[in-house]
Design a protein around this ligand. Structure first.
Ligand SMILES: N[C@@H](CCC(=O)N[C@@H](CS)C(=O)NCC(=O)O)C(=O)O
Length: 218
């Protein structure tokens, strides 16, 4: 029997995809049970977890008897199911921009620095090549995002309301600044947004270092 109304998030503290999903859940004011899947221990490949996400990735969200795996799909599902505090604006042009930014993060940046890709590069070419790949990829992505936001950013990414683009940007900028220690001052809009996000409780609570499975030294 499905547990109606109960949300369970399969997450890993440092996963940027899980990070943005936690922000979306917090923005929607939704409480959820946190189930850690340790990617470094390979728990994503556990046959039991594979039943939850056949791609062997986090995040996955269980909402009653509805199971969704993929941060973009989860965000759109939550937007439809919980339309209060909308993340997608009515204005079609602005809506398209939000979808574009979310999709760029989800399909043109993050998949190219996924653990499975980085491990492969490290094995074949060594740790330096892995880092060079990672930083070049981030610079390419951040440069594109910075250009896209030119002239449309307000208090937040696409105006004065927090929208879908914001959790996707927050998680990706975090990877650049906190994980790869990049100086992103050449991307002034993204730098400013990062500081704005740092002040918002829904974003703070979703930070990797604030998750139950984060090591105490993070
Ligand atoms: N498109 C998926 C990608 C999910 C994904 O790549 N998750 C990463 C963490 S951010 C993962 O679980 N990687 C495990 C691995 O590469 O083995 C989404 O946005 O949720």
């Amino acid at each position: 029997m499905a547990d109606e109304g109960k949300l369970t998030l399969y997450s890993y503290w440092r996963s940027s995809c899980a990070h943005r999903t936690r922000i979306v859940l917090n923005l929607k004011g939704l409480k959820y049970e946190y189930k850690a899947v340790n990617l470094l221990k390979g728990e994503q490949s556990d046959p039991e977890y594979e039943k939850i996400n056949p791609m062997k990735y986090v995040p996955a969200l269980l909402d009653g008897d509805t199971l969704i795996a993929d941060s973009f799909a989860i965000a759109l599902y939550l937007e439809e199911k919980y339309p209060e505090k909308p993340l997608l604006p009515q204005d079609l042009k602005l809506k398209a921009l939000n979808l574009q930014i979310a999709s760029i993060v989800c399909s043109s940046i993050q998949p190219l620095h996924n653990l499975v890709v980085l491990n492969y590069i490290e094995q074949k070419l060594g740790p330096e090549e892995k880092n060079t790949w990672f930083i070049n990829l981030l610079n390419r992505g951040l440069a594109a995002l910075e250009k896209l936001l030119k002239g449309c950013a307000g208090k937040y990414a696409t105006g004065d309301e927090i929208r879908l683009a914001d959790p996707f940007l927050a998680s990706q900028i975090y990877v650049a600044i906190r994980r790869m220690q990049m100086d992103i001052s050449s991307y002034p809009t993204l730098s400013r947004l990062y500081q704005v996000y740092e002040q918002i409780p829904a974003f703070q609570a979703a930070l990797p270092e604030n998750q139950p499975d984060a090591p105490s030294s993070s």
